[in-house]
Design a protein around this ligand. Structure first.
Ligand code: HEM
Ligand code: HEM
Length: 172
């Protein structure tokens, strides 16, 4: 169902901004750890925190997808061409797909039980080493692709804003 207003509703806005914070933090800190030297103690603290944070994020992201499918998106910004609207739709769909892939591969690649902030434990789901390795590789590549797509998302937004198309307001 498409809404006739040009604004996302407040639930969609909250879900978008919480998701953005979690994904930006997990991507920036994860890539920093992967590519730069860091004290191994700090590194393992950040990794453990990120695993808990992103596991807690899974039900929230499921809610976001449910909300998106049930309530749709607002009518396109009047200044957007049909091509731009289509490209934005493809880009946003890819973002949803990649985040889902990153979350599923993250959980499946764990070679031990996941302790979520000391509150609950999710058992190791796969036992075979080659399956774990497959999902680990998938996670690493999907994360890098997601980070690149998020950069495109931000670049497109900045370009539209600079051309006077107030897209950001739709999500504020
Ligand atoms: C919002 C979702 C997530 C994002 C954006 C994310 C992002 C990242 C990034 C950028 C890396 C570094 C990749 C690289 O080396 O190039 C990473 C590694 C890792 N992620 Fe995720 N992740 C997410 C979800 C998860 C989940 C749900 C789990 C497990 C429950 C998980 C477990 C891990 C682990 C254990 C590593 C370290 C892998 C290694 O060094 O071999 N991640 N993640
Ligand atoms: C500071 C960073 C971010 C800003 C300023 C921002 C801004 C926006 C804005 C203004 C929209 C509405 C576009 C429209 O009018 O159609 C939007 C939509 C969207 N954003 Fe972001 N975003 C940010 C980060 C992220 C991140 C990290 C993700 C990660 C997946 C993301 C995923 C999405 C998706 C999937 C939509 C489409 C929503 C839908 O149609 O259901 N955003 N964003």
């Amino acid at each position: 169902m498409h809404q006739l207003t040009h604004q996302f509703n407040s639930t969609a806005k909250y879900l978008h901004w919480i998701s953005a914070l979690v994904i930006l933090w997990a991507s920036i800190s994860g890539l920093y750890i992967a590519f730069f030297e860091l004290d191994s103690n700090i590194k393992s603290h950040i990794l453990r925190f990120n695993v808990s944070l992103t596991t807690v994020f899974i039900p929230l992201f499921c809610w976001r997808i449910y909300h998106r499918l049930k309530y749709g998106v607002p009518a396109p910004h009047p200044a957007m061409s049909i091509l731009e609207t289509k490209l934005a739709h493809i880009g946003h769909t890819l973002l949803y797909i990649l985040v889902s892939l990153v979350l599923v591969s993250g959980v499946l690649m764990m070679g031990h039980d996941v302790n979520v902030f000391g509150l609950l434990t999710i058992p190791q789901l796969l036992q075979q080493q080659h399956s774990i390795h497959f999902f680990e590789t998938l996670h690493l590549y999907a994360c890098r692709l997601l980070a690149a797509l998020v950069l495109c998302h931000l670049a497109a937004l900045i370009k539209h804003e600079m051309m006077g198309k107030r897209i950001l307001k739709r999500m504020m």
